[in-house]
Design a protein around this ligand. Structure first.
Ligand code: 4AD
Ligand code: MG
Length: 450
């Protein structure tokens, strides 16, 4: 049985297997706080010298050692916890060595990052990763309820979907002779499942893909990692507004429902983060009636009026918004998630639908407080000639993705979709300010420990 199931066993014999979180006592009586991953608070175990044969051994055992407890569950209505276990027997399964680095006192995030294999022992990281797990279920639930089909798009691929030249090559040889390589061509880890998702949207209507994506982008920032998870829905017959609408509904759905199973974790994180009111931040997401939507040009006007606040002051059409601009818009100006749409074509990917003005594309980003860009999406270019010339501009050869061009010849309906960076969603909901603290084993430039 797990600790979170104990409440139903009152007065009965129970067996708990877990780890010691804390251990205090006197010469005759001791108290353990035992955790097993099912409940953030764990359970209190009372042990007595006249009952336990190995009382002295238990009394001196170190925190985080694994144990098995047999005892009786007794109700303690006046206590902080409504029940505790009166131990009849405690087996120490394995004691931790003296040099075990994790302690109950608060340890720096940098220190914990040197111990990725152990940091989930802390209440902080257990909370973060519990929320991460629950968010994964919730996004699947959202798309499932909304009649989307989940498509598993490939991890090893021939295409650089974003055309940004940030792919990791996958090879089994140690020279560049890709013609004789495993796949007889140069292939890489995917940067996005979008192109493959588009092909499935053209028969199944509403699809999404959710999996790891990889970018050899030399960005050593608190918002970038080299291996991250991306959630990418693709909706046939939808324009960019409908894609924005869907992403807003998704975000509201997860923000609201995360409290069902993770309220204790959010409460813990709220106390941990003294600088933000986390519960309010999360609740504001679903309480905001409509996320504001402004065009890129309007965003530039707002930013230009606030020039003095930025280090990049050359604010005019064509500027690729930096983190400082994105954070200003979401955190200070709108104080809410905000959509920016119709970006200059030169700063966006080749597959975005070219607007009639010939200088902007029907793409959008969603910027959120505390994170900046959470989502990037667009309506897709369905006109083959325009797609061809946009691909040429960024040096993508049609033969590399001839199948993608095929879609534009074989009855393609309008299509729109977006990509949500899953770790950035975890940042938003947990309040963690460094993306490296939102994925169990982060990979980033010059670092792939574990
Ligand atoms: O804006 P991006 O590059 O868009 C795409 O890849 C499209 N193919 C999506 C689509 O339309 N289907 O990436 C989407 C999101 C970003 O908004 C960001 O949240 C996240 O992916 N992202 C990263 N997250 C962590 N580390 C990185 N290096 C990231 N690069 C992008
Ligand atoms: Mg983007």
């Amino acid at each position: 049985m797990r600790i979170n199931e104990l409440a139903t066993f009152k007065g009965k014999k129970v067996v708990v297997k877990g780890w010691i979180k804390s251990n205090r006592g006197s010469s005759k009586l001791g108290f353990l706080n035992v955790i097993d991953g099912s409940d953030i608070d764990g359970v209190q175990v009372v042990y007595k010298k006249d009952i336990l044969k190995n009382f002295d051994e238990v009394k001196s055992v170190r925190n985080f050692s694994s144990i098995m407890v047999e005892g009786e569950l007794i109700l303690t209505p006046k206590g902080k916890q409504k029940f505790e276990i009166n131990a009849k027997k405690i087996d120490i399964l394995q004691e931790v060595d003296k040099d075990f680095p994790i302690q109950n006192k608060e340890q720096s995030l940098e220190f914990l990052r040197e111990n990725y294999h152990l940091r989930a022992r802390t209440t902080l990281f257990k909370s973060v990763f519990k929320i991460r797990s629950e968010l994964m279920f919730l996004v699947d639930e959202f798309f499932n309820k909304n009649d989307f089909t989940k498509v598993s798009t490939p991890i090893i691929t021939e295409n650089d979907a974003e055309g940004a030249g940030e792919t990791f090559t996958v090879t089994t040889i140690d020279n560049n002779d890709y013609d004789n390589d495993f796949f007889r061509k140069k292939v890489s880890l995917t940067v996005s499942g979008q192109l493959a998702a588009e092909s499935f949207a053209q028969s199944m209507g509403k699809v999404y893909t959710f999996g790891p994506t990889f970018r050899a982008e030399n960005s050593n920032t608190i918002r970038h990692i080299s291996e991250f998870w991306m959630l990418e829905p693709e909706i046939a017959f939808a324009d960019k507004s409908e894609a924005m609408e869907n992403s807003e509904e998704l975000l509201k759905y997860v923000a609201k429902n995360i409290f069902n199973k993770c309220s204790k974790e959010i409460e813990y994180l709220d106390k941990y983060h003294t600088d933000i009111d986390l519960a309010k931040r999360v609740k504001d997401i679903y309480k905001t009636k409509n996320f504001p939507r402004i065009s890129y040009k309007e965003a530039i006007e707002i930013l230009a009026k606030n020039k003095s606040k930025f280090s990049e002051k050359d604010i005019k059409f064509g500027l690729d918004l930096g983190t400082e601009h994105e954070k200003f818009l979401a955190e200070e100006h709108f104080k809410s998630p905000v959509f920016i749409y119709d970006y200059p074509k030169d700063i966006k990917a080749f597959y975005m639908y070219l607007n009639d003005d010939n200088e902007t594309v029907a793409g959008f980003d969603l910027l959120v407080p505390g994170v900046g860009e959470l989502i990037g999406g667009s309506q897709r270019e369905t006109r083959i000639d325009i797609l061809r010339s946009r691909a040429e501009d960024v040096m993508i050869e049609e033969k590399e993705i001839d199948w993608y061009f095929d879609l534009r010849r074989f009855g393609m309906a309008p299509s729109s979709g977006y990509g949500l960076g899953f770790e950035r969603l975890v940042m938003l909901i947990t309040g963690m300010s460094n993306i490296r603290d939102t994925i169990p084993f982060p990979r980033y430039p010059k670092n792939i420990k574990f």
